[in-house]
Write a protein that binds this ligand. Structure first.
Ligand code: C2E
Ligand code: MG
Ligand code: MG
Ligand code: MG
Length: 283
């Protein structure tokens, strides 16, 4: 980003570029400190079975509390990804989300599934398999209660070893979800080649179910096609980002298996998850 001239001074191409590089550098320092000080937290967003309305599980979502500021994952995960800090952070997420799954197994009358997001760098780090299995074994959690969420961008270069790692995880009973489906590239070939168990319809499709006037939008044509395709491949379908009852009613008619979104529950800390969503569950 910066060029050195003969005198050894750094010359920035544009003020914006300088701003960005400095921002990134300070973010990296703060992220390193956050890892040392343990300033991360997981929040859990409930997932519900569409047909019955029952609580089915949770997606673990990373939160970073820096000083008195909450920083959204979309702001710090790209930096963590570029700097490689996502690997230790991702290990922390795996450990804490599986620990939570173990607490729920011990304290709740029925099992809840835990969905955990992976980032590309973790996926490519080579020992993903070992890291994931270690977390599950450390906490004695049934692998069938863990779902790893993978995005299409991770699969662009997937071959040999990575495919084998995913297959091994699947053979151990772990579930694999393709996250943000529909926002990436050749989705169909991934679904065919890799041992996915679930497909998460990106929230942009859900948002496009209805237009501003309440008429059917593009999502109303696309979602049934996605559901039909996923079900024919025996994949479970999860709708993300459900914000209104009208969306939920329509998704239910379209046969979406699970849903999550602000309409039925925002991501909250573990204690609030139990008091709000487990306590209110119909079972
Ligand atoms: P994602 O995995 O697709 O997670 C869903 C995001 O949508 C979450 O944002 C969630 O809070 C948000 N969301 C849920 N329901 C609704 C809704 O009804 N409307 C709207 N507008 N948004 C909704 P969040 O927590 O900010 O996370 C953003 C992204 O950051 C995640 O997208 C995921 O890609 C990444 N991320 C979050 N936690 C982790 C993590 O532990 N590890 C990794 N590698 N990535 C993570
Ligand atoms: Mg996700
Ligand atoms: Mg998603
Ligand atoms: Mg996303």
């Amino acid at each position: 980003a910066a060029k050195r001239d003969g005198g050894g001074t750094v010359r920035w191409h544009t003020p914006e570029m300088k701003e960005r590089v400095l921002h990134r550098a300070s973010m990296e320092v703060r992220l390193r400190r956050a890892i040392e000080h343990g300033s991360f937290e997981l929040h859990y967003q409930p997932q519900f079975e569409t047909a019955t309305g029952r609580l089915f599980g949770a997606e673990a979502l990373l939160r970073w509390h820096d000083g008195d500021e909450w920083i959204a994952p979309d702001r710090f995960i790209p930096v963590a990804e570029e700097t490689g800090l996502i690997v230790p952070i991702g290990d922390w997420v795996l450990d804490n989300a599986t620990a939570c799954a173990a607490r729920w197994r011990d304290s709740l009358p029925y099992p809840l599934r835990m969905a955990i997001n992976l980032s590309p760098r973790q996926f490519w780090s080579g020992d993903l398999l070992v890291r994931v299995l270690a977390a599950v074994e450390r906490h004695g959690v049934d692998p069938a209660l863990i779902e790893l969420e993978i995005t299409e961008s991770m699969l662009l270069r997937a071959e040999g070893d990575h495919v084998a790692a995913l297959r091994t995880l699947r053979q151990r009973g772990m579930r694999l979800a393709l996250d943000d489906f529909g926002t990436g590239y050749s989705s169909l070939s991934y679904l065919h080649r890799l041992p996915f168990t679930s497909l998460k319809i990106d929230r942009s499709f859900v948002a496009a179910l209805f237009d501003d006037d309440g008429n059917y939008g593009d999502g109303a044509a696309l979602i049934p096609a996605i559901v039909a395709m996923a079900h024919s491949l025996e994949l479970e379908v999860v709708a993300e980002g459900v914000e209104t009852s009208a969306q939920l009613v329509h998704l239910s008619e379209l046969g979406v298996d699970l849903h999550q979104g602000f309409y039925s529950g925002r991501p909250v800390p573990e204690a609030a998850f139990v008091s709000q969503f487990v306590a209110a569950d119909r079972r």
